[in-house]
Design a protein around this ligand. Structure first.
Ligand code: CP
Length: 316
């Protein structure tokens, strides 16, 4: 149960940097409650009378469906605004679109390229804005990942999470922030040219002084030993397709395959993937299918956690 009621009303959700460890734990626990209720056939009316804009500059399955279903489950109305539906940033400034949408909608989700765009939407709309992925950050994904880890291990603090692959992408960034906030020991296993931005690492090390978490960045595969969870993401993020050839060559030694999972050396280790997966590249079919139950729990948890964010920041 999310025993403590926290007042997050009116807050945007742009990055986990803006949230305290207690607030993040609260959102995860609220999602757990909402999940239990949904399984019992109980939905709410927390968003009754609320209209929510869903701006997508990039394609999405999980994030779009999670916001849509989560909103409708709570009695709200979601409106999808794809990249060809509005003039965001090319015929109308982000500031002006934000001021228009803020007068018509009660909350705005944004998925797109720039973190600056989601920040401007929050600044100028006057309503809660939720980050559904930018090139820098994917904070709603982390709530789903951590709910899944909590379901598997009962706790988050002290877990060892190893992210394997492109250490500079939005998933590596967001997992590092979330882990540092909650005291998870986080390892980035990646070729040196793809190591996480040093400024972000330094910022997260500051969070670790309070949470007790650690950060290790390495290109040594032995770093997976003893991991509670191994995580990977696609080798080419959206918009990086032209780099596919060189990225595959660079990351091939970091594929999550049976050999790598055997090197972990424990039976209890889970494998997570934010999806969509490009099987036979960042993960083999064999490893993916062996861990499919947890991976699809993680995908389902996008909906419960995104619903929790909307309910906590906008709900009645
Ligand atoms: N993990 C994730 O963001 O999935 P979608 O791209 O399908 O939204």
């Amino acid at each position: 149960m999310a025993e403590k009621i926290m007042n997050l009303k009116g807050r945007s959700f742009l990055t986990l940097k803006d949230y305290t460890p207690e607030e993040i734990e609260y959102l995860i626990d609220l999602a757990k409650d909402l999940k239990t209720k949904k399984k019992q056939g109980i939905t709410g009316n927390s968003l009754k009378g609320k209209n929510i804009a869903l701006i997508f500059e990039k394609p999405s399955t999980r994030t779009r469906c999670a916001f849509t279903v989560g909103c409708i489950d709570e009695g709200g109305h979601p409106e999808y605004l794809g990249k060809d539906d509005i003039q965001l940033g090319y015929k109308e400034s982000v500031e002006d679109t934000a001021r228009v949408l803020g007068r018509m909608f009660d909350g705005i989700e944004f998925r797109g390229f720039k973190q600056d765009t989601v920040e401007k939407l929050a600044k100028y709309s006057g309503v809660p804005v939720w980050n559904g992925l930018t090139d820098l950050d994917h904070p709603t994904q982390i709530l789903a990942d951590f709910l899944t880890l909590k379901e598997q291990f009962g706790t988050l603090k002290g877990l060892h999470l190893v992210y394997v692959g492109d250490g500079r992408n939005n998933m590596a960034n967001s997992l590092m922030i979330g882990s540092a906030k909650l005291g998870i020991n986080f390892t980035v296993l990646s070729p040196e040219s793809l190591w996480t931005d040093e400024v972000l690492v330094a910022e997260c090390q500051e969070y670790n002084k309070t949470s007790g978490g650690t950060i290790t960045i390495t290109d040594n595969i032995d770093a997976v030993k003893g991991a509670d969870a191994v995580y990977t993401d696609v080798w080419c993020s959206m918009g990086e397709e032209a780099l596919a050839g060189e990225r595959i060559a660079l990351l091939k030694p970091y594929q999550v395959n049976t050999e790598l999972m055997n090197a972990v050396g424990t039976e209890k280790t889970v494998f997570l993937h934010c999806l969509p997966a490009v099987k036979s590249y960042e993960v083999t079919e064999e490893v993916f299918e062996a861990h499919a139950d947890v991976i699809f729990d993680e995908a389902e948890n996008r909906m419960h956690t995104i619903k929790a964010v909307m309910v906590a920041t906008l709900g009645n």
